[in-house]
Design a protein. Structure first.
Length: 123
């Protein structure tokens, strides 16, 4: 059995674009803390390369509007106004789907932002 797997996965969106994202499966129960840190560093180094290979493969297959790599790909930047809108909307009982639609953001991006706002005790 391997100790871990890095998978570059993709989903086709309704608008025809492709969303590419990494999935990392690491089985490290028997590793020391230092071994876990080294393993994590190795996967982060290879992530950009594998992401770009998958993106080019999909372009070759004829897909368009494929997101490019961004170092802050997991950093969902929201303005203070957007954050305040999300907080007020949740207090009023607005669904995550409706908030995403109103802000022009992805549903899962809003779900993640709400989760982080809850962790900060802002909702």
């Amino acid at each position: 059995m391997d100790d871990g797997s890095l998978v570059i996965d993709s989903r086709k969106r309704k608008n025809g674009s492709i969303y590419i994202f990494p999935r990392i499966y690491i089985y490290t129960l028997n590793f020391s803390k230092d071994e876990n840190i080294l393993l994590n560093m190795h996967y982060k180094i290879r992530l950009k390369e594998r992401f770009e290979n998958k993106r080019l493969e999909l372009i070759d297959e004829g897909y368009k509007n494929i997101n490019s790599w961004s170092e802050n790909i997991i950093e969902n930047n929201y303005s203070k106004e957007e954050e305040n809108f999300i907080i007020k909307s949740k207090q009023l009982g607005t669904t995550d789907k409706k908030i995403a639609s109103l802000l022009g953001k992805s549903y899962w991006g809003i779900v993640d932002k709400i989760r982080r706002l809850k962790l900060e005790n802002r909702i």
